[in-house]
Design a protein around this ligand. Structure first.
Ligand code: PLP
Length: 511
């Protein structure tokens, strides 16, 4: 064992040195960004660059020039039949890609009967709002049951304390609320006024958003060769101001599970929180474990795990707009809540970020969970993991490609010999909507029930082989979007990348 440790030393030192030097260079270059952008004419040139990039996206994002558009209210209301017809046309044009399994993640179930059932449930409660529990006590009941069922699925029965939680609108909101709970707990109980969160660089961007909104300092730590959180680095990053450690089960980029028992132990040793982001895996891993897959401990059975975020609207097969945040004990949940006691509008209290909330979605999420049941989730997980194994094997047989880490069903791959972003672009030309990753450049496919349909995995692998061959055989072609991804991933001036992203968001709102 010791010999092996020694053998790894120089390699680790070089890696650490490279990371440190890389950070210094990055910090130096980022200081140059302001003065460079102050050079006369520079902003104008940047605007021209942004416009050129966005023009390339227009055909993808604005394909409906042939259909009626409404940039102001019609003087008189349109006939509902005509409006519905227009909507049917739009939905039909978009349906084929996700229904046939061309998307990474996005639509996790997508079966026609399942969707039709959820739509019928939504219709029953489309007017319901849990802000009025006297009018719709049914929705409060659904929420309580969604939380209880999710908590039990994640080890609540074997936990030393009561597991409680709330229903939220998305994984990002669950993340935000957990971070708020830890912030307010730490301020009140520990007197921490400049709170810090320690998290691996692979944690979801939602944590960055939470820090941005809540005034938290994020302390990022590196991951190991398998893209799992480096616990020693996390231990070194903990200070008197640390309020919570974050781990993923699995991480969005590479689909790998962080060493949660070790991270939770570290958190316990410091008397702070350990939040597990199981947004992606919460409805897969419990069933994968039952099926005998190697699932490391990640849920409330691990002492020291104090909160878990988990998304019914992903692999829980609920409609979009439903997530759950769970806590060990009621105290943390109280730090999430909000109450206004002196408002002339009356006594006002909300459990989550939103005010009014869509009761129809909550009812549909509840209906998805109780109709799936344990057996339904078990079968769905079996199908997804078996398909993912076939896809992983197929990718491994493409010599140019390399899978990152040791994932179960969210499969990231890169290449040392060809531009992976050009492969992504070629896959796009063949209809695929995959995720582009950076640091390092890679692409991932989150396998869903859509990919378990006959022939889909084979079509994915066939298209991937063709895309790789095309890129190999056309080294002179730069591609259209690939250079943009490449530039965005490597450009040291991150403010420029941010501005480009803001203009991209602007473009989405252009009518
Ligand atoms: C691990 C993880 N956490 C958080 C999120 C954010 O979830 P949402 O998009 O529902 O806000 C995602 C989304 O993919 C995720 O994969």
């Amino acid at each position: 064992m010791e010999r092996k440790g020694w053998a790894f030393w120089p390699w680790r030192m070089i890696l650490a040195l490279r990371q440190t030097v890389g950070r210094w260079i990055q910090a130096l270059l980022s200081r140059l960004e302001r003065p460079l952008r102050a050079v006369p004419g520079m902003e104008r040139r940047l605007e021209a660059e942004y416009a050129a990039v966005l023009q390339g996206l227009e055909p993808i994002l604005k394909p409906y020039q042939d259909l009626p558009a409404f940039s102001r209210l019609p003087p008189e209301g349109e006939a509902p039949d005509r409006v519905f017809q227009l909507l049917q046309t739009l939905a039909a044009r978009e349906e084929t890609r996700w229904r046939k399994g061309y998307a990474s993640g996005a639509v996790y179930h997508g079966g026609a009967a399942h969707i039709e059932f959820l739509n019928r449930v939504y219709a029953l409660f489309s007017q319901a709002n849990p802000l009025h529990p006297d009018l719709w006590p049914s929705i409060a009941r659904f929420e309580g049951e969604i939380v209880a069922m999710t908590a039990r699925m994640l080890g609540a029965d074997q936990a030393d304390e009561e597991i409680v939680g709330t229903v939220t609108s998305c994984g990002t909101e669950s993340t935000l609320l957990a971070m708020k709970a830890y912030r307010d707990w730490a301020r009140e109980v520990r007197g921490i006024t400049r709170p810090e969160v320690v998290l691996p660089v692979t944690a979801h961007a939602a944590f960055e958003k939470a820090a941005h909104l809540l005034g938290l300092r994020l302390v990022y730590t590196p991951v190991d060769e398998g893209y799992r959180a480096n616990v020693q680095a996390m231990a070194r990053a903990v200070t008197r101001r640390t309020i919570v450690l974050v781990a993923s089960a699995p991480s969005f980029p590479h689909g790998v599970i962080d060493p949660i028992p070790e991270i939770a132990r570290l958190a316990q040793a410091h008397g702070i929180g350990c939040h597990v982001d199981a947004c992606l895996g919460g409805f897969v891993l419990p069933w994968a474990e039952r099926l005998g897959y190697p699932v490391p401990p990640f849920d409330f059975r691990v002492r020291g795990v104090t909160s878990i975020s988990v998304d019914p609207h992903k692999y829980g097969y609920a409609p979009k707009g439903i997530s759950v945040i769970l806590y060990r004990g009621r105290q943390l949940r109280h730090y999430q809540y909000f109450a206004a006691t002196d408002w002339p509008g009356g006594l006002y209290a909300t459990p989550t970020l939103l005010g009014s909330r869509p009761g129809g979605l909550i009812a549909a999420a509840w209906a998805a969970m109780v109709t799936m049941g344990e057996q339904g989730y078990l079968e769905a997980t079996r199908a997804i993991l078996e398909t993912a194994a076939r896809i992983r094997d197929g990718i491994r047989q493409i010599p140019e490609l390399e899978i990152l880490g040791n994932p179960l069903w969210v499969i990231a791959f890169t290449s040392k010999t060809i531009d992976i972003y050009r492969v992504l672009e070629q896959m796009g030309r063949r209809g695929w909507s995959l995720n582009a990753l950076q640091h390092p450049p890679a692409v991932h496919l989150a396998v869903t029930l859509r990919h378990t349909q006959p022939g889909v995995a084979e079509r994915f692998l066939g298209d991937l082989r063709d895309s790789v061959a095309w890129v190999r055989e056309h080294p002179e072609e730069r591609g259209e979007l690939a250079p943009v991804y490449g530039m965005a991933a490597t450009l040291p001036f991150r403010g420029v990348v941010r501005d480009l992203l803001y203009r991209y968001l602007d473009l989405l709102y252009e009518v």
